[in-house]
Design a protein around this ligand. Structure first.
Ligand SMILES: *[C@@H]1O[C@H](CO)[C@@H](O)[C@H](O)[C@H]1NC(C)=O
Ligand SMILES: *[C@@H]1O[C@H](CO)[C@@H](O)[C@H](O)[C@H]1NC(C)=O
Ligand SMILES: *[C@@H]1O[C@H](CO)[C@@H](O)[C@H](O)[C@H]1NC(C)=O
Ligand SMILES: *[C@@H]1O[C@H](CO)[C@@H](O)[C@H](O)[C@H]1NC(C)=O
Length: 561
């Protein structure tokens, strides 16, 4: 059962709503006593959370919630909020909570599927009275209720369970995906599992969504990865940024299988092909399946789920970001865990990775625009970006690198970007870099989180390293200050490199190279809080460069629950 309690659920469903905005004057959600509470990231008023869904014009967020406190241990229920814009959220009564022998010990993650006739169905994992993980089904009580507030559990539950015949490990059988329809008109759903350290996406099929039959072969498996939590399986178009329905297949799509690795708490994905006659997914040649493979986010980002937003024709990714503070601090704050800003995701032009970008709606919160253009960034310079509330801001910057030739050589052994970033943090001078942003910084720079790049000369190409260095993020030593890193797969020949950071008191979500590498970190400054927080651009490399353009905004506080 190790850590099954952090399994996340969720799905978005979109129902027709009345679009109205809730902009307020620029104000901060945080206060002197709550400097870490976020202003535009989803959090319930209190207690421990982890996860996120959409259907017909109203977005529904169902998330894992511990009703009893801001800690991971304890039962989990499905809390529920709705939104018209994925930015402002209204709370509802919990959608699903333990009530029957098949879910009496917890209601873990799962997914929603929209059945023909616009009828949503939820499949979720229940922990039954014998502490076995089983899969259960629930339907809305009243389809005319746009908020889908009440859910009725199927009297056929559990609809999938471990048996002596299938020999599924009853403590490792959870988090059903959104279901997809095959050419034979049967539904398919994948469920996370393992056998020893082999990760498994067990496949079930059904004609009626109620009676499910396990397939002989899993959708996919990989040795040496450990348990797969919250699997997510969906098609992406080969060309363009639009999203497509989960059931779509054909020569114009590739498939993505994401798994949340329980052992390392990282969300890894591969891109590949799905044979919907054999019901087998095969990652593309050269894909890495272990912890060194492709990650949605190279910082803190777990138990993510995507959904197809049929209204805006996009696929949206949401995830849970946990705290880096101590349990004692979480208890003192009274809450733990936030949701990442929903991201639009699509396949990159070269087909080798996904690209992610904050949903456009978040820009409604922008205020107090400031900008810089064509500003030299000499060796050792630190330039303040003033005029925005730096503790709650959105900043986009594009750096222009004049002389790529002066890049340092990348040693062949430097294959681990996180390690490289922690050995060469913001205070280690290089040639091309470190350069980037200092966010949530105090005016004396005793505290700051450095989000930056270094450019190296690799074999036949330049290699861009992106880092988020938390080592100086807080004078409080009682936090996890791991430094994170990622390699950015892009062609630097055009001499431009962009970075966007969404800064919200205790979370920084950064997007390098237009969303080709993302790093989310949690930080708890003691000086750089609220109005005392500053934002800077810096260059600690020996080579001068330019800020081609920098645009920054204060972010208004969203109306959340
Ligand atoms: C179903 O929801 C609609 C819309 O909220 C409401 O008017 C109707 O009374 C509800 N029906 C029942 C049986 O509760
Ligand atoms: C995975 O491990 C199992 C059992 O150890 C072995 O039978 C199987 O061939 C391995 N599969 C791969 C793809 O290495
Ligand atoms: C939660 O945070 C802790 C401390 O930073 C980290 O060790 C752990 O892996 C995180 N868990 C998840 C699920 O991200
Ligand atoms: C730049 O490097 C110097 C020397 O290593 C260091 O003292 C300073 O803190 C660095 N600047 C930043 C922003 O990290």
């Amino acid at each position: 059962m190790a850590n099954s309690d952090v399994a996340l659920v969720l799905f978005f469903v979109l129902f027709v709503g009345h679009g109205h905005s809730h902009l307020q004057a620029v104000q901060s959600s945080a206060s002197a006593t709550q400097p870490y509470r976020t202003g535009f990231h989803f959090q319930p008023p209190k207690n421990w959370i982890n996860g996120v869904m959409v259907y017909k014009g109203v977005y529904h967020l169902f998330y894992q919630y511990n009703p009893n406190g801001p800690v991971v241990d304890g039962i989990k229920i499905w809390a529920h909020s709705t939104s018209n814009d994925l930015v402002n959220w209204s709370p509802h009564e919990p959608a699903i909570y333990p009530s029957q022998p098949y879910d009496i010990n917890s209601c873990y993650s799962g997914s929603a599927t929209i059945l023909p006739g616009d009828k949503p169905a939820i499949l979720y994992t229940g922990v039954d009275s014998r502490n076995r993980q089983v899969q259960n089904l629930a339907f809305p009580k009243n389809l005319s209720d746009p908020y889908l507030t009440e859910w009725i559990k199927s009297d056929k539950n559990p609809v999938m369970q471990p048996t002596v015949v299938n020999r599924i490990d009853a403590s490792s059988f959870r988090d059903p995906t959104t279901a997809w329809l095959g050419p034979d008109n049967r539904w398919r759903v994948a469920i996370g599992s393992k056998v020893d350290r082999q990760g498994l996406a067990i496949l079930y099929k059904s004609k009626d969504f109620v009676n499910w039959i396990q397939s002989e072969t899993p959708l996919h498996s990989a040795n040496g990865t450990g348990m797969w939590e919250c699997p997510d399986f969906y098609p992406v178009l080969v060309v363009g940024q639009n999203g497509v329905d989960t059931s779509l297949n054909g020569p114009f799509v590739k498939h993505v299988l994401k798994v949340s690795l329980d052992e390392t708490k990282h969300d890894l994905y591969t891109i590949g092909s799905y044979d919907n006659f054999k019901d087998i997914y095969r990652p593309d040649e050269g894909s890495v399946e272990g912890d060194s493979g492709l990650r949605y986010d190279y910082g803190k980002y777990y138990a993510s789920k995507s959904f197809f937003d049929c209204v805006e024709k996009r696929r949206i990714l949401t995830a849970w970001v946990n705290e880096s503070s101590s349990v004692a601090d979480d208890v003192k704050k009274g809450w733990s865990g936030v949701h990442a800003i929903p991201r639009k995701i699509w396949l990159s032009e070269n087909g080798k990775q996904l690209v992610q970008w904050p949903i456009a709606e978040i820009q409604k919160l922008r205020a107090n625009y400031v900008s810089l253009a064509n500003k030299p960034l000499e060796e050792g310079s630190v330039i303040e970006v003033s005029g925005v509330t730096a503790a709650q801001a959105d900043v986009e910057v594009s750096f222009e690198i004049k002389d790529l030739e002066s890049a340092e050589v990348l040693e062949p052994s430097w294959t681990n970007p996180q390690l490289l970033c922690s050995q060469r943090g913001a205070s280690v001078k290089g040639s091309l870099g470190p350069f980037g942003l200092l966010v949530l910084a105090s005016d004396d720079l005793k505290e700051s989180t450095a989000v930056f790049f270094r450019i190296f000369k690799g074999d036949n190409k330049y290699v861009v390293l992106m880092c988020s260095d938390q080592s100086s993020s807080s004078l409080d030593q009682d936090n996890d200050k791991t430094t994170y890193g990622a390699f950015l797969d892009l062609d630097i020949q055009q001499h431009k490199l962009s970075l966007r950071s969404l800064i919200d008191h205790s979370i920084v979500e950064s997007f390098g190279g237009g969303g080709k590498a993302c790093i989310t970190s949690r930080v708890y400054p003691t000086l750089a809080i609220n109005q005392a927080a500053h934002l800077y651009a810096f260059n600690n490399g020996t080579q001068a460069m330019n800020i081609a353009e920098l645009n920054a905004w204060s972010m208004n506080t969203a109306n959340i629950n």
